[in-house]
Design a protein around this ligand. Sequence first.
Ligand code: FES
Ligand code: FE2
Length: 463
Amino acid sequence: MTAEQNELITRIGPGTACGAVLRRYWQPVALVDEFDPRLDPRMAQRPLKALRVLGQDLVLFRDASGRWGLLDRNCPHRGADLAFGRHEGDGLRCPFHGWKFDAAGRCLETPAEPAGSKLCQRVTQRSYPVLEKSGVLFGWFGEAGAAPPFPDGFDCFRAPASNSFAFKGLWHCNWLQAFEVGIDPAHPSFLHRFLNDTALEAIGDNAAGRQFRSASAGEIAGEKWPMSRIMREFHQPDITYEERPWGLQLTALRPMTEDLTHVRITQAIFPQAFVIPLSETLTITQWHVPVDDEHTYWYSFFTSFAGPVDREAMRNQRLQFISLPDYIPKSGRHNQWGFNPEEQRSRTFLGMGEEDINVHDQWAVESMGPIQDRSREHLGTSDKVIMANRRLLLQAIETVQAGGTAPGLADAALATQMQGPDTVDGIAPAGAWATWSQERVQAKRAGAPWLGGVQPALEAQAS
Ligand code: FES
Ligand SMILES: [Fe+2]
């Protein structure tokens, strides 16, 4: 990849080619939790946050009637900062000269102007539509009125509040490298390798950041194996991908014996989200949203296909590693991501803790530097999904520049096909892993009270 191509696919501010692509998709901008006074006491007084998304400075507030307002941060009068505005219930008033705006950006008052002034009617603050979905607020930064349908058919948005939990965290790196670690089926065998396994009974579904400790579906010689053992012992996955309406379906096969293969099917939702299994009944759908070119928030949706989740417990587990109110990890470059050479020698491949595997990924993406220099990398066969995704992105940039429709979620014509998408992790009969995977998906969906017997979206390829 040339340095110019790398610039093209990483820069996302207003006016950039890649930014124009990302602005064709709904973008997560905040957790609803960020407005919960129990988690951020400031919200009791003033439910308002300053945000930065796609290199744009914004202010997000909830008015007294519950409407969300997402506005440009600079006052349209003379540019003072509306993040310091007076929250007056029905709108936000700039403290400089008292101009007031409602959640839709309409100017309500310009009190310093003479009586009878019509100035107010001619002024609008730029506002962005907001949708509240499964505990996350999504904003639309594209052309007004051109937003594609929201993918309400995805499981992470169909699951009722009782079965879903959303969380986020900040990474000090470009959005694309944050996404590229999530769609890399080879890395768990190394980056997340545990040199020893923990007894499966000791792992609850909700254990924060311990996803590779859970059991893989299926058995080998009558025994359940934790994913960690499979990842460690079979580290050369046979990786394939297939196009799907939302992006790419990724399959990683790890042949274990003559008769058995481990299969892991995950999904890449173009341009910035993935879906992976956390256990047989829990998935993570994770978006990677540029704050600016060098910072990214990941937003995770945990979706349970079985019983309800304990959100309080899930949040508290994660708050051991991430600080409120801005969801900043406690580990980072400043403390070497908690690196411990003794642990690296005896317990984990990386040496950055066993409790929070999120920090492993954080190290991988942050240690490259804020924007990875892709002109100096050397890609191999195991990077084929990374390459395929970059080709899709370059293609989308070209399409959007030529005035065309961006792919996947941005294409309204595909809206009804945005279902699932499904994931699998398990030990399957080697010759019949595809059918076996479909059966697992069927069983998972049949067990989800909130799905009511919907057909699986997974069409695994014939093996
Ligand atoms: S700058 Fe906001 S009212 Fe004057
Ligand atoms: Fe990872």
